[in-house]
Design a protein around this ligand. Structure first.
Ligand SMILES: *[C@@H]1O[C@H](CO)[C@@H](O)[C@H](O)[C@H]1NC(C)=O
Length: 384
């Protein structure tokens, strides 16, 4: 390859001047580098375990070197001369615009190679939209954000709106050794990306790809709220900060408050090294800074937005179900498939039987939930 350090595939971030209350970005960059080194050194078994369990991605993440990604990109648009940061930025703007709803809302998910192969998580994700109730039309608003070139290549085969997101200063070719820190780095990279989307003026629903969409969620969102997020554990009151959020599903309005909040959240990783975005959210949700900027937060009920941690028990209500609290790609795919089967058999019932079908999923979920609840509680206590 002619060009040694291809810096593209990185979303450029506007100078901090654009954000009156934002934190100095150069400081963040330096600290980010420091954090990365620290994380590598300080990785304990506990941290590795947490990364694997809490969003249950860990062990499935495999990194392809960005150089092969670059090679692929050059093949694809070889004629393009100056692949600078702006061209990536423009690519993002273009894909957001195409996928956008009338009110500038997009649906976003992220994808890596392990979740991209045919029959894997991303196929089930898209299949759920197709077989859900009034979810199929939402597919044209979905942008799949690929973390590596295999995922990108697979994405363009199965979906019209794909975006390749790169990561600056992290060598993902050191696949095994850096797996866990790489996982954390990528979670934070994603959060930073979501802030960029907000800065571009787009509201978004972010959904992990291991969430099945069974019904259109829009009727169940709260109107006029800046930030709404699904829960691992819902205490029954949407404004109660004791709800335990799950970062895999959120609906965020683009405005000054939400942009400030995402900057704050991202910068908070420096105060909680070794923790990922979801744990840090549950730690900072009480921070007076959030009240100060005026951000409104609501938690989404697990009655509608459930997961294996706390299932949505009524099939007449369920909007989404997340394969959280489920370790390993193989068991995740297995469980998601069974969940799809359960959903299909529910759909095939006549209306009067549907109404009676309040208990939902096969019991395979339960032993896992009980095992993991204890572990998750311990983890939450650790972050406080
Ligand atoms: C819900 O939680 C909020 C914040 O903790 C509290 O002010 C409110 O009284 C609660 N509502 C109910 C019905 O318990």
């Amino acid at each position: 390859m002619a060009r040694p350090a291809r810096k593209a595939l990185v979303v450029s971030t506007p100078p901090s001047a654009a954000r009156p209350r934002g934190l100095p970005r150069h400081a963040l960059r330096i600290s980010a580098a420091a954090l990365f080194v620290t994380t590598l050194v300080a990785l304990s078994f506990a941290v590795m375990y947490r990364a694997a369990v809490s969003r249950s991605l860990g062990a499935d993440w495999r990194w392809d070197s960005l150089s092969s990604f670059a090679a692929f990109e050059e093949e694809e648009d070889g004629a393009q001369g100056d692949d600078d940061l702006d061209s990536e930025d423009l690519k993002l703007e273009r894909v957001l615009k195409k996928a956008s709803m009338g009110d500038k809302t997009v649906i976003l998910t992220t994808l890596n190679a392990a979740w991209a192969f045919p029959g894997s998580v991303i196929d089930l994700f898209i299949e759920s939209f197709r077989s859900g109730v009034r979810t199929n039309p939402l597919l044209k608003h979905l942008v799949i954000v690929a973390f590596d070139w295999k995922a990108y290549k697979q994405c363009v085969k199965i979906h019209p709106y794909c975006f390749a997101l790169g990561t600056e200063g992290v060598d993902f070719s050191e696949e095994k050794r850096f797996l866990t820190s790489g996982y954390l780095e990528m979670m934070w990279r994603r959060l930073d990306f979501l802030r960029v989307v907000l800065e571009k003026g787009y509201n978004f629903i972010f959904s992990d790809a291991d969430i099945m969409w069974f019904r259109n969620p829009f009727p169940h969102f709260y109107p006029g709220v800046d930030f709404q997020i699904a829960c691992d554990h819902y205490v029954g009151n949407a404004t109660d900060l004791r709800n335990i959020a799950n970062g895999g599903f959120s609906y965020v309005k683009s405005n000054e408050r939400s942009i400030d909040f995402y900057s704050f959240w991202y910068s908070s990783r420096l105060r909680y090294p070794g923790y990922h975005d979801q744990d840090v959210f549950n730690a900072i949700k009480h921070d007076p800074y959030i009240v100060d900027i005026g951000l409104t937060i609501k938690f989404l009920s697990t009655n509608y937005f459930g997961g294996f941690c706390e299932p949505s028990r009524d099939l007449n209500k369920v909007c989404t179900m997340h394969a959280n609290c489920c370790i390993g790609l193989r068991s995740k795919i297995h469980d998601l498939r069974i969940m799809m089967e359960d959903w299909r058999s529910y759909l095939s019932l006549p209306p009067n039987l549907k109404r009676l079908r309040t208990s939902a999923w096969r019991s395979f979920i339960l032993p896992r939930i009980n095992m993991l609840r204890v572990k998750k509680r311990k983890r939450r206590e650790a972050v406080r």
